[in-house]
Ligand binder design. Structure first.
Ligand SMILES: C[S@@+](CC[C@H](N)C(=O)[O-])C[C@H]1O[C@@H](n2cnc3c(N)ncnc32)[C@H](O)[C@@H]1O
Length: 207
């Protein structure tokens, strides 16, 4: 088994348990998710197809469906437990939102229409190793002029907090922004702070 497969398997196990209370708890620390969608809507008017990589319980899928009423949306996640939560939420949007159960380890589009917008919200910091491959792979799934929109943990100056987040599968060493900067032209690039300055999170929209 490769290190990437081991990480995916470990995340599946983690979310088997955490899916049960994910929505009830994550509002308290996954900051910037709602404002990412608002920010993206200022950059792209009417995307035909949208992909969210690591869509989890589907909160962003609903926000995207509301912000872009004409768009067809795909939510992809490796955790069936998280997707089970998403399924109930997206039911009223049947026909507009589809869910894919798989890891993002290769392009989703295969000769079909590409995505005008790819959203990745608090997933890249958990894909270790392989977050850099995901950032690179998005290019193959994006239409010409397509946009990538990311919100994620960035860094912390507190060693104990970095270690604690590591226990929760999150790597917080500024690595996500460094690779986004290297691969995309930034349209929006913002650093926010969680609980004073316990940690920083990044919002990045680029093409
Ligand atoms: C912290 S949750 C974020 C969920 C959602 N995007 C949100 O903002 O609430 C991270 C999600 O990414 C998924 N994930 C992690 N690595 C993945 C991969 N390589 N391919 C697809 N999904 C992945 C996990 O299963 C989990 O549901």
């Amino acid at each position: 088994m490769s290190d990437a497969d081991r990480n995916a398997s470990s995340l599946r196990g983690y979310y088997r348990w955490h899916a049960k209370f994910y929505d009830a708890t994550r509002w308290a620390f996954l900051f910037g998710r709602r404002s990412l969608i608002t920010t993206v809507a200022e950059q792209i008017k009417s995307p035909g197809r949208i992909l969210e990589i690591g869509c989890g319980t589907g909160k962003n899928l609903i926000a995207l469906a509301e912000a872009f009423p004409e768009a067809r949306i795909t939510g992809l996640d490796l955790s069936s437990d998280m997707l089970d939560c998403a399924r109930a939420k997206v039911a009223p949007y049947a026909g507009r939102i589809e869910l894919l159960h798989r890891a993002y380890d290769g392009p989703v589009t295969d000769g079909e229409e590409k995505f005008d917008l790819i959203v990745i919200s608090y997933a890249l910091s958990m894909i270790n190793p392989g977050f850099d491959d995901v950032i690179r792979l998005c290019r193959d799934d994006l239409s010409g002029g397509g946009i990538v929109a990311v919100v994620d943990f960035h860094e912390t100056r507190w060693t104990w907090f970095r270690k604690w987040m590591g226990v929760n599968h999150v790597r917080m060493e500024g690595q996500v922004l460094a690779h986004l900067d290297a691969g995309y032209e930034a349209l929006v690039r913002r650093i926010g702070r969680g609980y004073g300055d316990l940690w920083r999170y990044v919002t990045f929209v680029g093409r």
